[in-house]
Design a protein around this ligand. Structure first.
Ligand code: NAD
Length: 384
């Protein structure tokens, strides 16, 4: 089996320059040990701290003729997703693995299906105990939580911890985190380590205990029935609940030095959590980080990919959070992919065993045999 790894820094694919890579030196070694041939496009690991020579030492070869490698690869391993031109060059039956962003990439998914490719979208991997080691959403979101808090602190004109000095006492910064899933909990932990006071809110009440165990306070808002899906994701709120949430959060936002929003709704646009009139209540120079800025935004006025000033508040919408720590993000993502391949690799046949009855593959393989085979996606594309 041959796995091809592209140099994604060379193609934006809708993202800023990608610094991560789908393999690390360690996973190249482990894949090679299994008898898997790993071919890497030149420079693929450079921005995550691995040069071509190290990949070669661990068992990879560097692609000399990329077109020929695309045409013969059994698996194309990506951080993001291949371009339509690259997809065209793949052989029928090959497998594509990556962050396909399938709910928002219908044309690309249709092309993948039409070209008889088997596509595994890492976002669709279930959040089950067995799949944890392959869960790229979680590994990257953990790092994102850390990065967002650091970015916020860097832009704040004051410090995070309390400081008592002969020149006076500085009070700790007040940080409010909205959305306490994987990223939000890491942002809370990072803010606490920096000495800030932390308040958090999530529509899933089960999260309150986790926030408190990290030393944060949980803001209680009675929205009635909010609940969560069977996969643990938040449900979309009614318009009435949305308005109630925005009202109830207003004082906490006005009182905060830093607000970090991490609210996502799986397969849908993220909810708007903060309107401009609420930003206007914050102290000038306060910082808001909108984790969802690239996919629609939790904060009115945030600009995808940029740092904007809105109503005197610094609103950070740069996105691509985990790749700010590209080495660790690559190591974690590469481990996720290795664990996925390892789980389904048939050592005797030397091939990936595509068992579509398996619950992990049943959910994450979205195209196969010329069709889109994921019912959630087919429903979303049909507007259902
Ligand atoms: P996510 O990225 O989908 O959303 C981030 C957070 O935003 C969630 O906690 C969500 O409840 C919250 N949110 C949504 N709308 C909101 C609103 N209007 N206001 C405030 N908060 C709002 O979530 P995630 O971090 O990917 O986690 C999703 C679920 O999966 C969680 O229950 C998590 O514990 C679970 N999970 C399980 C596993 C596992 O068991 N292996 C692994 C990872 C995550």
């Amino acid at each position: 089996m041959k796995i091809l790894v592209l140099n994604e820094a060379k193609q934006s694919g809708g993202y800023a320059v990608e610094k991560r890579c789908a393999v690390s030196a360690s996973t190249v070694k482990r894949l090679s040990k299994k008898g898997i041939q790993v071919v890497v496009e030149a420079g693929a690991g450079e921005l995550s701290g691995v040069d071509d020579a190290l990949f070669v030492r661990e068992g990879a070869t560097i692609a000399q003729d990329l077109a020929a490698e695309l045409a013969s690869a059994d698996v194309l391993a990506c951080v993001n997703r291949p371009t339509p031109e690259q997809i065209q060059q793949l052989k029928a039956g090959a497998m594509v693995i990556g962050h396909i962003d399938p709910f928002f990439q219908q044309d690309l998914v249709e092309q993948l299906a039409k070209q008889q490719l088997t596509t595994l979208s890492v976002e669709m991997i279930p959040r089950s105990s067995r799949a944890q080691k392959m869960d790229a959403l979680s590994s990257q979101a953990s790092l994102a939580g850390y990065v967002m808090m650091l970015q916020a602190a860097n832009h704040l004109p004051s410090i995070a911890p309390m400081m008592m000095t002969p020149s006076g006492t500085i009070k700790p910064a007040k940080v409010f985190i909205i959305g306490a899933g994987v990223a939000g909990l890491q942002a809370i932990a990072t803010a606490k380590r920096m000495g800030a006071n932390v308040l958090a809110y999530d529509t899933r009440p089960v999260v309150a205990e986790q926030v408190e165990s990290l030393g944060g306070k949980f803001l209680k808002i009675d929205l009635g029935d909010t609940g969560q899906t069977k996969d643990g994701y938040a449900k979309e709120l009614t318009d009435e609940q949305k308005a109630k949430q925005q009202d109830a959060q207003r004082d906490a936002i006005a009182d905060s030095d830093i607000v970090i929003t991490t609210a996502q709704l799986f397969g849908r646009k993220p909810p708007v959590l903060i309107r401009k009139d609420t930003l206007a209540l914050m102290k000038p120079g306060s910082v808001v980080v909108d984790m969802a800025a690239l996919s629609g935004g939790n904060v009115e006025g945030s600009v995808a990919g940029e740092i904007a000033t809105v109503e005197g508040v610094t609103v950070i919408g740069t996105g691509n959070w985990s790749q700010q720590v590209a080495k660790d993000a690559t190591d974690m993502y590469a481990n996720n992919l290795f664990n996925l391949i390892d789980e389904f690799f048939d050592d005797e046949a030397g091939q990936f065993k595509l068992d579509l009855e398996d619950d992990i593959l049943a959910q994450s393989v979205i195209t196969h045999g010329g069709a889109i085979i994921n019912s959630m996606l087919n429903n979303a594309y049909a507007g259902a």
